[in-house]
Design a protein around this ligand. Sequence first.
Ligand code: SAH
Ligand code: TRP
Length: 344
Amino acid sequence: VEARGIEGVGAGALGQTASRVWVEVYLRPLAWRCLRYREAKAGLLQSPRELSPKWLYDERGSRLFEEITRQPEYYPTRREREILSARAGDVARLTRARWLVELGSGASKKTRLLLDALRDEGTLEGFTPFDVSEEMLRGSSKRLAWDYPSLQVHGVVGDFEQHLSVLPRHGRRLLALLGGTLGNFKPGERARFLGAIRASMGPEDFFLLGSDLLKETSTLEAAYNDAAGVTAAFNLNVLEVLNRELGAGFVPSQFQHVARFDAEHGWIEMLLRAKRAQRVRISSLQASVSFAEGETLRTEVSTKFDRDALTRELTQAGFARLADWTDDRGDFWLTLWSTGRATD
Ligand code: SAH
Ligand code: TRP
């Protein structure tokens, strides 16, 4: 793996923070394009049609996701924040971590609760946000350095399925995967991802996981069908990204956002459904894709977990649970894991 560039960010009015912020970019544009191109080709030409979630988080997609987290129906962010507000102090005491690494950090808003607690514990030195979305990551890195005057911010722009091993190793790290992001992997990929996280950890490191739990279908489906239509816009934005990056000819108004709970797999699936039969040219794949009326393209799954089953998966991957907390309604679950090896 090689870095495209190592660049400090921040200048002018942010001069004081510039020396504490740096962002490494591991996503080389060409390699990233090739990978996504191959995945898109396989997914679009197969049946049922499916896209990798990697297409959702361009700059606009990342902004729309932020807006989703503020919708009244989208409970996971609020529940997870409720747990972190009450328990970040416990996490800090149990881990005494020096460095917080957040996988899929997005805007790093809830993360502040962890940073505050680790700062109050007196152990915090630095933070590594890790995300594919470069603009988002640069923006939140600057804001955090500004708001935490002694914090080192060492951001990594990369793919957490490829670049876990390049994460900075500053003794006693806390790796966090929040927002139910683990649920966006399918079972096989999830096991591989958990194994890779475990393998990247030293004996003193910890893993903090935020997972959404199984609950009533109406609550689940409402969270992905907000009345303001933000999730629909987020889902349909994928077609704009395909048009731009693959020279595709999707007409977004010809597709409808659908999110429904699949009880067999225990996940919400996010689909785009063709309103009528159509043929879409995708120039860089040198192919056309035909959609029958009502045919769907799956853009994402969001798995809702059973606590015992998820515990078995993490145990299988080599983690040992230190603590776990839920919110008042039992909607969301925050768990803290060690590698199960002695820590001194
Ligand atoms: N942690 C935030 C954001 C969750 S959304 C929260 O709890 O609100 C998922 C985040 O993962 C997005 O910011 C997205 O850009 C990032 N992401 C998705 N796929 C990724 C990948 N393959 N590698 C790194 N980051 C990824
Ligand atoms: N990690 C988020 C989740 O599973 C991602 C997400 C929220 C999402 N809303 C979405 C992904 C809508 C695709 C479409 O809840």
